[in-house]
Design a binder for this molecule. Sequence first.
Ligand SMILES: *Cc1c(COP(=O)(O)O)cnc(C)c1O
Length: 399
Amino acid sequence: MTDAFDPITQSLRPQTLLSRGGTLRSPFGETSEAIFMTSGYIYKRAEDAEQAFAKPGSAYVYSRYANPTVTMFEERLRLIEGAEACRGLASGMAAVFAALACYVKAGDRLVASRALFGSCDYIVKQILPGYGIATELVDGRDLAAWEVALSRPVKAVFVESISNPALELIDIEAVARLTHRAGGLLFVDNVFATPLLMKPLALGADIVIYSATKHIDGQGRSLGGAILGPANWLTEHLANFLRHTGPSLSPFNAWLLLKGMETLDLRIERMNRSAGHVAAFLESHAKIERVLYPGLASHPQQALAARLLKGGGTLLAFSVRGGKSAAFRCLNALKLILISNNLGDARSLVTHPATTTHFRLKPEERAVLGIDDGLIRLSIGLEDPADLCDDLDRALAAV
Ligand SMILES: *Cc1c(COP(=O)(O)O)cnc(C)c1O
């Protein structure tokens, strides 16, 4: 099926691949990618149907298995990530769950970093143990803790390369080495870093997972997810799991994500630059207790950030002096920056993790993760950073 990819795109540079990679053209010769809104496919002869079933992947059979618009999304992201294979899914959580659930079996052991996105935390702490998988959480920043946890055999290790919301980093190279020594595979949720700022596969990770809902769409329109890794692993472990459980990406959403990728590089570059500007502004503000941003010299893992990340990223977190009431006064006084728990959007968005994304955690669990009551997470958008600083300055004056 992939013989039909636009042949000029195979050896080009990342920026070119973001707009041209993975293009499949129909006989009509359309410029922009077509949306193949079809659930099924027809066969000219009964023998063709027989052949399509006998040789999986030789023809489109049913859109739960594969669809041309979804294939284009998968191929474009695969080229950008530098992976052997990619599968698109309905959401980031569908991708996290499928990647782990297709691989771990009852009796296996899974180790994860403890600073996890809420739903990832639920999968690791609630769902997988119910299926007979022993799970253990470690402080992802602490290599000594990884050494201990991975001194025994493990099937899978799951980490978020940059954690939400405190922006802790994982030393992917070191954790990959320890994981492999313990006989496991390293699964990395690379949402916060994006495929442009960090390449976990090149650092030794085995499987990379995205919520495409965030920076890849980047315009707050569509849910989507992806799993990338070695072709034989995706074929052996993932393909039948997806085929028979059906967390399929809609062709329409795949098309939105393809359009998002066309501008991903431009958006990330701008948002990354603006985030640095806003972080420096906040760090110098009297009403701010601390700013967490991997691009600042004050970040507790600054050297690791400089080694693993191309830039500081598009997200930052800051604590307002005065706890929850001060943080709420600041949020409510913002006029330009919007209150939303989403991130990676063209619009700058703020959230108060302690009362939203992390409200289920006990206060002592939040304290361990660095989520104090004054903490605000800020996802930088495409607005002029000077307008963002003005908005924050005005809002902080109300505190
Ligand atoms: C948003 C997010 C997810 C889940 O993605 P959805 O597309 O919302 O299902 C997983 N991990 C991280 C780090 C995220 O930010």
